[in-house]
Design a protein around this ligand. Structure first.
Ligand code: ITT
Length: 203
């Protein structure tokens, strides 16, 4: 299979920025949905990150014909029964600001300390190929919900995600460091290996 371009099916600019950096050296052109001229809306009605990633990648592959990658990700807070989980983007409404969402999560953890604040980011990446194959990889990043918002980097819940091993918040990490530690970075590295294999298959 000839692979010279793929579409990364996301409407989230924060994800796209991370993805571009990680896939930079693959020598494959990576187009966002916008660049590919494809309207985004895919209903994410799966019950796991994997299912939703596969839904997004498969649907956009059908509309575009080429190889399509998609990411479904979110924040699991253990003390909140793993909420917001697969509902992370819709938590408190899509249009609610992350400042409000983040403050709400901090408030819900009042009275909890240390390990009681454990949380993780989860990411599933799916690749849908025109020959019908679907590949899925996954990554997680463990941490804790902080007591305040910190940092201007990243997006979404990064300002409240504290990394005890590094003594800082995810929102404080430069892009390349976040990519080397993150759920998305790990899942995408594994997917990169799969794409390399497909390229070799083709040559
Ligand atoms: P697409 O479906 O178009 O890719 P989306 O933002 O709706 O964009 P998801 O359904 O996968 O994507 O929801 C992921 C949400 O989880 C995202 O909007 C953030 O709220 C949160 N999230 C995922 N990864 C994150 C990260 O690295 N840093 C901070 N928040 C993250």
């Amino acid at each position: 299979m000839k692979i010279d371009r793929i579409i990364f099916a996301t409407g989230n600019e924060g994800k796209m920025k991370e993805v571009r950096m990680i896939l930079e050296d693959l020598e494959i052109e990576v187009l966002s949905l916008k660049e590919a001229g494809i309207a985004a809306a895919v209903e994410e009605n799966g019950s796991t990150f994997e299912e939703n990633a596969v839904l997004k990648a498969t649907e956009i592959m059908k509309r575009s014909g080429g190889i399509v990658l998609a990411d479904d990700s979110g924040l699991e807070v253990d003390a909140l029964n793993k909420e917001p989980g697969i509902h992370s983007a819709r938590y408190m409404g899509y249009d609610t600001s992350y400042h409000i969402k983040n403050q709400n999560i901090i408030n819900r953890l009042k009275g909890k300390n240390g390990a009681e604040r454990s949380a993780r980011f989860v990411c599933a990446i799916a690749a849908a190929l025109p020959d019908g194959r679907v590949l899925v990889t996954k990554g997680t990043m463990e941490g804790e919900i902080g007591y305040e918002e910190r940092g201007e980097n990243g997006f979404g819940y990064d300002p409240i995600f504290y990394l005890p091993e590094y003594g800082c918040y995810s929102g404080e990490l430069p892009l390349e460091i976040k990519n080397s530690l993150s759920h998305r970075g790990k899942a995408l590295q594994l997917m990169k290996d799969e794409l390399q294999k497909l390229k070799e298959e083709a040559s």
